[in-house]
Design a protein around this ligand. Sequence first.
Ligand SMILES: C[S@@+](CC[C@H](N)C(=O)[O-])C[C@H]1O[C@@H](n2cnc3c(N)ncnc32)[C@H](O)[C@@H]1O
Length: 274
Amino acid sequence: MPLSPSATRDLLTRLGHQPKRFLGQNFLVDGNIVRKSLELAGITAADTVVEVGPGLGTLTSALLEAGAEVWAVEKDRQLHAHLTETLVPAHPRLHLMEGDAMEEPLAGLPPEKSAAFKIVANLPYAISTPWMDAVLSGPLPVRMVLMLQQEAAQRYVAQPGTKLFGSISIFMQSAYVIEPGHRVGSGCFFPKPDIESVLLNLGRQPAPFVFPAATKALIRACFQQRRKQLGSILRDKVPAETLARWFARLEAAGHGPSSRAEQVPVALWREFMV
Ligand SMILES: C[S@@+](CC[C@H](N)C(=O)[O-])C[C@H]1O[C@@H](n2cnc3c(N)ncnc32)[C@H](O)[C@@H]1O
């Protein structure tokens, strides 16, 4: 069971640990949310799970109690040391590393384990979108159940023609079905965050599409100049023949070189550069 807010505060005091805002240290203190996360992820003893930012080990303990094998990466040296002392000795199925999830997005998961794994995490807010972008380059987890800020979740599900539609919406919607999640009140965390959070449930599509790194870079470039026409952004960056073929596809669907990146639907982006 997760610690209550007062027990969490006491533990942090005992450790001499001041929650760090820049590391998004808002610890889960609500048992229902922990249970719901495991339930949405369908965690069983047969699962291999990656966790980013185990913190005080709340989700980690629940995953281990369910019998899962867990790979976790924690950036905070003091919290990593606390988990090394308290959780690691009792749990041979926990593989904990100290590190940055931007360098180790899958917490050091070995390649032979990457064919079928899940991610369950209460993400540090500052890295949620760039980390997700890295994860979407593959290998892809079969399911992700993620606590993250509402605005990031809105970007993932955003539709063309809206302000929030961007490269991450395209990469996400090409690989995952976004299943109903849950709003999570700020009282479920200690300390309370000043932004809204949601629990997002992402199931891998039967035929997920992973964009090559070079294509991802070009798509990001198109959204960095949202107001510019695609023709003028891409003219010098993509071979003429490839571009003409894609623009012909866009024109057949009512778009073209004068369209802006945010107007082009996900399905047409999937045909870009292929
Ligand atoms: C929102 S807290 C979640 C803590 C815990 N999992 C829970 O649910 O209570 C985010 C955690 O991610 C860690 N963290 C922040 N940035 C990180 C990074 N770049 N790589 C790995 N861990 C990071 C923080 O130190 C913190 O423990």
